[in-house]
Unconditional design. Structure first.
Ligand SMILES: C[S@@+](CC[C@H](N)C(=O)[O-])C[C@H]1O[C@@H](n2cnc3c(N)ncnc32)[C@H](O)[C@@H]1O
Length: 405
C-alpha cells in the first residue's frame, strides 16, 4: 500500500474520531473490516500514523489537511525516536499532555514533602520523573504477551520476535515468575494457532505484575471484583493452576460475556461470574482468601498506548472516579476472611486515585494492615507501589495491598 493510501485511510479514521468515537475503537473497527485484504504491516502503519497524530497533536497545524498533519506527526515521531533530546523537557511538559497533568500526578520527588500537592515545588518543574515519563509517553508502546505458566519458551519459539521481560531493582526477583514476552513481529497474534488454543494472552506487563501482587495459591478462593473482560482473571486462574475457585464480577454484563468467551479459549474452568454494581449488596456471601479491586480509573498510565485519551480525559473525571474507587474498595473489603489479602490496582498515576485512596482506606479500616505488594521487594513504599512506564516499558500502574487482621 503506498504511503498516500495509508495516510488516506488514517485520515478517514480520524474523521470518525472527530465525530466522537474513541481512537482505539475507531481503529479496531476500521482495521477489522480490512483484515481480509490488507497486510498486517499496512494495518500497523495505519495505527501508528493515527497514534502519532494524537501524540504530537499540539505540534501540528490544524489548518492543514488531515493527511498533511498525519505526515507531520510521523516526521515528528521519527525525529523523536532518533533523538529524544531534540525536544526540550519544557516543550514536552507544555504540549504532550494537558495543562492539568503535572499537578495531579504523584511525583516521587514531591510525594513525601508536599502533602498539598506539587504546587509547593512550582518553579522547579519538570521533575526528573516527569521528564522520564513524558519521554516514555512520546515513544511507541511495547506489545506484551503473557503465556500460560510453563509455555513461555514454547510460545516464544513458535511466534519468534519475542524478548523476555527484564525487571530492574527492586522487582528483579520477580522476573522468573513472569511468563511475559515483548513481541516485535508483524503477525496478527489473534489469528495464530497458539492464541486460538489459549496458550497466551495479549496483556500489558504492568497488568501481569498485578497478578503477581495478588499471588493467589492453588486451592484458594479469590474474587476479581472489577473483572471486566477478564484480563487479570485469566492470569489469577493460571497462577492458581486452575484449582480452587475464582469469583468474577463487573457491573457490565457485556464485559462478563466477553470474559466467558475468553475463559473458554484459555480453558479456564474454576470461575463463577456474577454482575456487581459496586454497592453494599455483594454478589455472594462467600468469604475470600483474596480480593482484587482493579478499579475503574482515569487511565493516565495507558496514555502511551492510547494517546487520544490525553485529550478526552478531564480533571473532573479524576475526582469522580476517586469516589467510585473508595466505595468499591470499602464494599469489597467486607468479604475477606481473617488473614485474607486485599489488593487495589489502578492503571493511573494521579495522587487522588492512588496514595490518597490507599491512605484513606488504611485510616478508616483498623481491621486491615498494609501488606507488602510484592513479596520480593522491600522499599519504603512497599505496601503501596507505583509501576512507572519509563522503568517498565509498559503501562503505568499503582498497586496497594492489605491483610485482614
Ligand atoms: C480497569 S477495568 C477492569 C479491567 C480488568 N480487570 C482486566 O484486567 O481486564 C475496571 C472495570 O470496572 C468496572 N466498573 C466500573 N464501575 C463499576 C462499579 N461501580 N461497580 C463494579 N464494576 C465497575 C468497569 O466495567 C470495568 O470493567
Amino acid at each position: 500500500m503506498p504511503s498516500s493510501a495509508i495516510l488516506n485511510h488514517a485520515a478517514r479514521i480520524l474523521k470518525t474520531v472527530q465525530a466522537g468515537t474513541p481512537a482505539d475503537q475507531a481503529l479496531r473497527e476500521s482495521l477489522v473490516r480490512t483484515r481480509h485484504y490488507s497486510a498486517p504491516a499496512e494495518r500497523r502503519a495505519i495505527s501508528r500514523a493515527v497514534f502519532a497524530y494524537f501524540r504530537w497533536w499540539r505540534w501540528l497545524e490544524p489548518k492543514d489537511s488531515l493527511q498533511k498533519q498525519l505526515e507531520a506527526a510521523r516526521t515528528l515521531q521519527a525525529r523523536f525516536d532518533k533523538n529524544p533530546a531534540s525536544f526540550k523537557p519544557e516543550a514536552l511538559a507544555a504540549r504532550a499532555v494537558p495543562e492539568w497533568f503535572s499537578e495531579t500526578i504523584f511525583w516521587p520527588e514531591v510525594g513525601a514533602v508536599a502533602p498539598n500537592g506539587p504546587r509547593a515545588l512550582e518553579g522547579k518543574r519538570p521533575y526528573p520523573t516527569e521528564v522520564a515519563l513524558l519521554r516514555q509517553l512520546q515513544r511507541e508502546p511495547a506489545l506484551w504477551i503473557r503465556a500460560k505458566q510453563g509455555l513461555a519458551a514454547k510460545v516464544a519459539a513458535s511466534l519468534g520476535h519475542c524478548a523476555p521481560a527484564e525487571l530492574g531493582v527492586p522487582l528483579s526477583a520477580l522476573s522468573s515468575q513472569l511468563s511475559a514476552r515483548a513481541y516485535t513481529g508483524l503477525t496478527d497474534l489473534y489469528r495464530t494457532p497458539e492464541f486460538q488454543a489459549g496458550e497466551f494472552e495479549i496483556q500489558d506487563l504492568a497488568s501481569q505484575l498485578v497478578g503477581l501482587a495478588c499471588a493467589p495459591q492453588p486451592g484458594e478462593t479469590w474474587w476479581d471484583a472489577c473483572a471486566g473482560e477478564g484480563g487479570k482473571s485469566m492470569h489469577l486462574s493460571d497462577l492458581m493452576q486452575n484449582k480452587g475457585l475464582l469469583w468474577v464480577s463487573d457491573r457490565s454484563e457485556r464485559r462478563l460475556a466477553k470474559l466467558k468467551e475468553r475463559a473458554a479459549r484459555a480453558k479456564v474452568f474454576n470461575f463463577r461470574a456474577a454482575p456487581w454494581q459496586g454497592d453494599a449488596k455483594l454478589p455472594t456471601k462467600t468469604k475470600f482468601d483474596g480480593v482484587l479491586v482493579d478499579a475503574p480509573c482515569s487511565g493516565i498510565g495507558t496514555w502511551q498506548r492510547n494517546p487520544h485519551a490525553r485529550w478526552t480525559t478531564r480533571p473532573t473525571d479524576v475526582h469522580e472516579l476517586a469516589a467510585v474507587q473508595a466505595r468499591l474498595l470499602d464494599h469489597a473489603a467486607g468479604s475477606l476472611k481473617p488473614g485474607g489479602r486485599l489488593v487495589y490496582a489502578v492503571c493511573t498515576l494521579t495522587r487522588a486515585e492512588t496514595t490518597a485512596i490507599a491512605d484513606a482506606f488504611t485510616a478508616a479500616h483498623p481491621d486491615f494492615e498494609p501488606a507488602l505488594v510484592f513479596s520480593a521487594q522491600h522499599s519504603a513504599l512497599s505496601t503501596q507501589f507505583f509501576l512507572w512506564p519509563h522503568e517498565l516499558n509498559a503501562n503505568g500502574m499503582f498497586i496497594a495491598a492489605w491483610r485482614r487482621k
